[in-house]
Design a protein around this ligand. Structure first.
Ligand code: NAI
Ligand code: BAL
Length: 503
């Protein structure tokens, strides 16, 4: 039988014990993998030391989860469970998550290295609000009556896919889970969710709340495993009708390929970015600096919307870079224990990500860019990197072209609006952008000209559960958030009722 591990935490922000199941959550029960030989050590990125060990699944467990999900869909979910009831369960789930917010924040601080207070306010409360929002949608998923002729009643029904696969990453484990789970369950789908093998702990704890909230067995299945094993098995499964993926563009392609080669399941992708932040010379500089910091360094730069290319008008460049550098150094000085109330900068999530980011920093140096600030590890333990600024960069450098997914900004100078629009659009990505100007006409004009799924004028990262979120170009397919997310979890049926045409 699968076990549990109890984590005893005695930190300055959280004191208490958290028990976590180490097995797979399939059909409403905890179970061991069919082939019980694969395990993963879960690492604390602040220390590099082991937190606990969890079981890993294989494709055989995916098969079992898919069967459990289909059974639930046919007997107790989808149209078998009225939207009003689904909504009640989602609202209860949100309440339970809010009740346990301290525990979830502690798990994200321990497993991901997020500052505890940020994890609580942003990740956990963001997930609570997200699930609550979609609880509200569960009984409002309506089709339309379509005017045709007097002899016909024609209408549409928005029907769930049935069983959906969901593959999520490690940068916002709980929040990304809520982005996937909320709209899928609101619209009546059953799910097989695979967390990242590095950061599964909040998902395992979440499964307990799914039971407590009263969801029928098999509606939510959570299975840990490696991407090329369990993720791939989900992507190519013939009985999964839709897969939603968040992660790298490289793996996003593999998910599409697996769908094309199997059953043409519907695929939605939320992928990488190299988002521009544009600071015009008429901006409120103090505010622009604060938001630019947030856009770039929140979550240690491990954010798909990170504003990692900072374009600054030549008229304010010197003042901007001097103030920006001082602020970035100040952030670096807060690096340390995620449970300390003063910490604003934690570690990168893993040794692999640490090495990848240091590789980019080395490449920037060897291609001739200047390290203005940072550019090295912080401390001797864990995976900490100092918040970094590169200047003297040009568009062909790897650090300007590729997603670094770490606390590394490149700062470029521009002269004209036309020139900066062209430079900002010169990327294969198109997720998000930030524009700072006190001229709102210019702000809107530039926002419309930039090839991105989201544009923030005089702010950054303020994603909202009601406003669609997703990528242009190679940053993704489909939209999360708001009513738009419902359409990615439903298929539309047109129904024709003959009221009098006789042959
Ligand atoms: N858009 C976003 O929010 C994210 C973007 N990334 C980007 O990806 C880079 C690499 O990070 P990774 O952890 O390697 O990302 P990844 O794309 O490999 O991992 C994301 C998820 O995909 C799964 N996965 C891996 N291979 C798979 C496969 N063949 N089939 C199905 N699922 C698979 C992983 O197990 C994980 O759950 C980062 O440096 C960053 O640039 C990473 C995480 C989140
Ligand atoms: N992947 C969506 C949230 C983020 O990375 O910023």
């Amino acid at each position: 039988m699968p076990g549990t591990t109890t984590l005893d935490l005695d930190t300055s922000s959280f004191k208490g014990s958290i028990s976590i199941n180490t097995g797979l959550f399939i059909g409403g029960k905890w179970c061991d993998p069919v082939d019980a030989h694969d395990h993963a050590e879960i690492i604390n990125p602040s220390t590099g030391k082991k937190i606990m060990v969890i079981s890993l699944a294989s494709s055989k467990d995916v098969d079992l989860a898919v069967k459990a999900a289909h059974k639930a869909y046919k007997t107790s979910w989808g149209f078998k469970c009225p939207g009003k009831e689904r909504g009640k369960m989602l609202l209860k789930l949100a309440d339970l998550l809010e009740r346990d917010a301290d525990q979830f924040a502690a798990i994200e601080a321990l497993n991901v290295g997020k500052p505890y207070h940020v994890a609580k306010a942003y990740d956990v409360m963001g997930a609570v609000e997200y699930i609550r929002y979609f609880g509200g949608w569960a009984d409002k998923n309506q089709g339309n009556v379509i005017e045709t002729n007097e002899a016909k009643l024609a209408y549409t029904r928005h029907e769930p896919f049935g069983v959906c696969g969901q593959i999520i990453p490690w940068n916002f484990p709980l929040l990304m889970m809520s982005w996937k789970v909320g709209p899928a369950l609101a619209t009546g789908n059953c799910i097989i969710l695979k967390p990242s093998e590095m950061t599964p702990l909040s998902a395992l704890k979440f499964a307990e709340l799914v039971v407590e909230a009263g969801f029928p067995p098999g509606v939510v299945n959570i299975i840990n495993g490696y991407g090329p094993v369990v993720g791939q098995a989900i992507a190519e499964h013939p009985d999964i009708a839709k897969v939603a993926f968040t992660g790298s563009t490289l793996v996003g392609r593999k998910v599409m390929e697996a769908s094309a080669k199997s059953n043409l399941k519907v695929v939605t992708l939320e992928l990488g970015g190299k988002s521009p932040t544009i600071v015009f010379d008429d901006s409120d500089l103090d505010q622009a600096l604060k938001w630019t910091m947030q856009a770039m360094y929140a979550n240690m730069g491990q954010s798909c919307v990170a504003g990692s290319r900072v374009f600054v008008h030549e008229g304010i460049y010197d003042e901007f870079i001097q103030k920006f550098s001082a602020m970035v150094q100040g952030l670096g000085q807060t690096a340390g224990d995620p449970f300390s109330a003063n910490t604003m900068h934690g570690p990168q999530v893993s040794q692999v990500q640490f090495d990848r980011i240091m590789g980019y920093i080395d490449s920037g140096k060897s291609e001739g860019a200047t390290v203005h600030t940072g550019g090295e590890r912080h401390g001797t333990e864990g995976f900490f990197i100092k918040p970094t600024i590169f200047t003297d960069v040009h568009p062909e450098m790897k650090i300007v072209k590729e997603e670094i997914f770490g606390p590394v900004a490149v700062v470029l100078k521009f002269k004209t609006e036309e020139e900066v629009i062209e430079a900002a659009n010169a990327t294969t990505y198109g997720l998000s952008c930030c524009i700072f100007t006190e001229n709102i006409s210019r702000g809107i004009r530039v926002a419309h000209a930039l090839e991105n799924g989201s544009a923030f004028i005089n702010s950054a990262q303020l994603v909202d559960h009601g406003v669609p979120f997703g990528g242009y170009k190679q940053s993704g397919i489909g939209r999360e958030h708001g009513e738009y997310a419902l359409s990615t979890y439903t298929q539309v049926k047109g129904i024709h009722v003959n009221l009098g045409i006789r042959l």
